[in-house]
Write a protein that binds this ligand. Structure first.
Ligand code: PLP
Length: 392
């Protein structure tokens, strides 16, 4: 079989994968080009919307982390979710989804998928009977966030995996909040999605996503005739893929530090009397389940939710923390500085009020993505005094 001329990853023995800045790739004979188009595994790159050496290298690192055979890189977490699920479903099919998910995903499922004949049934993923009852013979996927946005509900991966597989559906897990902390494939996940925008890149300077799965599924996603990634075209630029890949190199250490800070703040503030949602707290209703599933070396993560009661109090609290230099009022997560938002009015605002009430999500919540601060005790004390000031 023909070898492609003039290309190898790490052609110059660089410590980072070389950036391949090409949208198209040369073949030395048309026959190999034909075979590549027809899906024959020639090992050749064809066109960068199909695959690119730099994004492929990033995909290999993510697949290694998630213990999958392969991964496809996309231009956003949303496009990763869209492409993965559209690859599995056709008109008339159904998806069972957790109701506590990122608001954008919720809106996609509620407002867009039905336009293509795909019905999404929203359930409480911690209620296994509800999940079973929502399954039908048309259910192709069971979708949820391993640790949910924003309530930090922890899903029992093995139990949901068994329910999905009994119904011949695939378990699709969005692991954006917990890279390294959870490895959903160990518990039966078929596909693991990431918004690379968050912890994996970690510098809040770009949007990107990934779909980790079997070689067969990833090949299907980039099929020239029926692949959702190939044909819908959410391709990540190789320069950006290279910069994400470099940041990925420190993800394990960053996760440990985010978790250390999350745990410190959760313990300190709950001891001070604040209402804190954090799976690392022993009194948290998901604590035991989290302990049984997590890779304990990485801790419980850097996300926590504070219940300030009233929306106005939550707003005042964030302004005080911002003024004190503790954090930035911004959506998103996984940055080296603390980010905070009021999920009911931002990242979860797409979820109808009635559903939010059922989930227990109020506008008095403040979602915190704890940064990488060294002096976390100083942060804790400032957070406590801001709370005392706004609760007077
Ligand atoms: N999944 C989760 C859990 C998220 O929080 C988000 C965004 O906030 C997404 C997916 C979407 O990712 P992106 O913004 O990279 O499209």
């Amino acid at each position: 079989m023909d070898k492609q001329p003039n290309f190898q990853i790490d052609a110059y023995h660089g410590v980072n994968p070389s950036v391949c800045d090409s949208s198209t790739f040369a073949f030395s004979d048309p026959q190999t080009m034909k075979a590549t188009f027809e899906g024959d595994p020639t090992g050749c790159f064809l066109y960068a919307r199909h695959s690119n050496p730099t994004t492929t290298a990033l995909g290999q690192s993510l697949a290694a982390m998630e213990e999958t055979e392969a991964a496809v890189i996309t231009a956003s977490g949303m496009s990763a979710i869209t492409c993965a699920l559209l690859q599995m479903c056709e008109s008339g099919d159904e998806i069972v989804s957790s109701r506590t998910i990122y608001g954008g995903t919720y809106a996609l499922f509620k407002n867009i998928f039905p336009r293509f004949g795909i019905t999404v049934r929203f359930v409480d993923m911690t209620d296994h009977e509800a999940v079973k009852s929502a399954m039908t013979e048309r259910t192709k996927a069971v979708f949820f966030e391993a640790v949910s946005n924003p309530l930090l509900d922890v899903v029992d991966l093995s139990a949901i995996g068994a329910i999905a597989h009994n119904g011949n559906a695939q378990m699709v897990v969005d692991n954006t909040f917990t890279p390294y902390i959870l490895t959903p494939t160990k518990f039966g996940a078929d596909v693991v999605i990431h918004s690379l925008t968050k912890y994996i890149n970690g510098s809040s300077d770009c949007i990107a996503g990934a779909i980790c799965g079997t070689r067969e599924f990833c090949d299907a996603l980039i099929s020239v005739s029926s692949g959702m990634c190939m044909l819908l075209g959410p391709t990540l630029d190789p320069l950006r893929a290279a910069s994400i890949h470099k940041n990925f190199g420190t993800l394990d250490l960053r996760m440990i530090q985010h978790s250390r800070n999350g745990m410190h703040i959760a313990r300190y503030l709950s001891h001070a009397g604040m209402k804190v949602f954090y799976p690392g707290l022993e009194q948290n209703r998901h604590h035991k389940l989290m302990v049984s599933q997590m890779n304990s070396h990485y801790g419980f993560g850097g996300m926590l939710v504070l219940d300030l009661g009233e929306e106005a109090t939550a707003r005042q609290y964030m302004i005080r923390l911002s003024d004190a230099g503790v954090g930035i009022i911004a959506v998103s997560l996984g940055y080296h500085k603390t980010l905070m938002s009021n999920p009911g009015n931002s990242t979860s605002s797409e979820i109808p009020e009635k559903q939010r009430d059922q989930m227990g999500l109020t506008t008095g919540f403040v979602r915190m993505s704890m940064g990488l601060d060294q002096d976390i005790q100083d942060v804790a004390e400032k957070m406590e005094s801001a709370w005392k000031a706004v609760s007077k």
